[in-house]
Design a protein. Structure first.
Length: 289
């Protein structure tokens, strides 16, 4: 798990430095080409860079060991990073829509040659950064990947518009394509953000997971009933489960056999932390409502 978290931090670090370097290039390029669209994208990428930087920091802090105060460790900081990045991306997308919609009625043609050169560079840089984060399992990596995918699609749109405007007087294509890809990305980011918020409120990381664990435990002959089954996630990857198992045993050997069978039953779910309380059938639950 530590190796996986280290890889995640390295991927986010790559994305940060690539995005930061290219943001500087965008500001310079936007000024040289006198393109407000590129300058606007540079501001948006600056916000992305700050978000990725904060995610990188939070991801590193998430590897710290548990303490007496934070007994589960700091993994939820990574979840906080995913939440912050999702919000920043929604705000940034809303700002792009705010800038692009008015241009539908009053479009302008910028210097297309410079736009083409910057667009090609933008696709290459942001595409490589998105590739570095591709396949990440954490919510942090997924949300950041949408940041970068938004930038890739944005530069593809700029490239298409710039090439078309080299030959046709259709400046309205610029805001139309910008609005289209922004709405597409916004939809997916909101979906990820909803998942993140649910995990913050300790919702089950998978709607079917609770039922699967229940069915698996009740299949055991020694288990007659179970209650107070709770499953939540620390960061979207590392899940926690607690449950009261009701059984009847006559000897220490039967008790140990029950514990082993419960442990084996839960093995397939790859839970990071499990707390199992075993109650006798004649015993009253101390957590009863």
């Amino acid at each position: 798990m530590g190796h996986s978290h280290s890889q995640s931090s390295e991927k986010i670090g790559w994305a940060f430095f690539l995005n930061f370097g290219f943001t500087i290039i965008e500001f310079i390029g936007g000024w040289l080409t006198n393109s407000t669209a590129i300058m606007a994208d540079a501001v948006h990428d600056l916000g992305d860079t700050l978000s990725i930087g904060s995610a990188w920091l939070l991801n590193k802090l998430g590897t710290k060991s548990a303490t007496k105060e934070f007994t589960y460790g700091y993994r939820r900081l990574s979840l906080l990073g995913a939440l912050i990045n999702g919000i920043v991306l929604i705000v940034g997308s809303a700002w792009i829509l705010y800038e692009a919609v008015p241009r539908l009625s009053n479009p302008e043609i910028p210097e297309t040659e410079g736009m083409i050169a910057l667009a090609i560079l933008g696709v290459l840089v942001n595409g490589f950064a998105a590739y570095k984060l591709h396949g990440g399992k954490s919510l942090n990596e997924k949300v950041l990947n949408w940041h970068l995918l938004e930038d890739v699609l944005g530069w593809v749109a700029v490239l298409i518009v710039a090439i078309v405007m080299q030959f046709k007087d259709w400046p309205v294509l610029d805001p139309v394509l910008s609005i289209g890809f922004t709405l597409f990305i916004l939809f997916n980011v909101i979906r990820n953000l909803i998942s993140t918020v649910k995990l913050f409120f300790q919702a089950s990381p998978d709607n079917s997971l609770l039922q699967k664990v229940t069915d698996k435990l009740l299949e055991l002959d020694a288990v007659s009933d179970l209650h107070h089954l709770h499953i939540w996630s620390l960061d979207g990857e590392h899940h926690v489960a607690t449950v009261h198992v009701v059984s009847q045993f006559e000897s220490k050997a039967e008790y140990l056999e029950l514990k082993e069978s419960v442990s084996n039953a839960l093995q397939e779910f790859e839970l990071s932390h499990t707390t199992i309380e075993i109650e006798l059938t004649s015993e009253e639950c101390r957590d009863a409502d």
